[in-house]
Ligand binder design. Sequence first.
Ligand SMILES: Nc1nc2c(ncn2[C@@H]2O[C@H](COP(=O)(O)OP(=O)(O)OP(=O)(O)O)[C@@H](O)[C@H]2O)c(=O)[nH]1
Ligand SMILES: [Mg+2]
Length: 187
Amino acid sequence: MSNKLSLLLLGQSQVGKTTLLFRMSNAELPTSINATIGVDFTRSTVYVNNEAYSVILWDTAGQEKYSKISKNFLRKADGAIFVFDVTSRDSFDAIDKWIESIEDVSFERKIPYIIIGNKTDRPDRMISREEGQKYAQGKKSEYFECSGLMNSGDISKSLNRIVDLVIPTLNQFVEPLEPITKKDKCC
Ligand SMILES: Nc1nc2c(ncn2[C@@H]2O[C@H](COP(=O)(O)OP(=O)(O)OP(=O)(O)O)[C@@H](O)[C@H]2O)c(=O)[nH]1
Ligand SMILES: [Mg+2]
């Protein structure tokens, strides 16, 4: 089995995806981060049961004008991380739309995903942990919280978990479409 996998980070602009990516790859956080243009990537190594997995983390742009590009990358991803900002209800509501996109492509194969509420360091929180958890449960998914800025909370735990969920789905056998036989033809 291959020990390589790719994960996609999706969510509204400014929720902190790029910041989380720096943290997940243990890279030093730059003093300022520009809005992502198109799609970018970084690498990380995750250990599951003492086995090393080489992970490519695809960072997408949250800005609406890039949403088509971001969604297209779902086809190439083994798993997804949906991020929202716990101080922005708008960004929380937007998660639904991103999840729908994964459902659009998942007829081809199953793409596991998790949900992260970011910016827990901020005092002006709008979405409680309970609300995030309840939402994730409703989607049969799992919820994590963190602060990318402070490098605190569930950052590595969430990365480990999504890798864990993806491993059994790697090298999934996709049923070939049945060839049309004479029998199937109506006339
Ligand atoms: N307070 C706080 N600010 C954060 C946190 N994470 C990111 N930010 C800030 O939020 C802003 C946006 O962060 P980015 O990581 O660029 O957000 P993004 O989701 O990649 O945005 P796009 O590339 O436009 O989609 C930056 O000013 C970050 O410093 C956090 O955990 N807490
Ligand atoms: Mg970004």
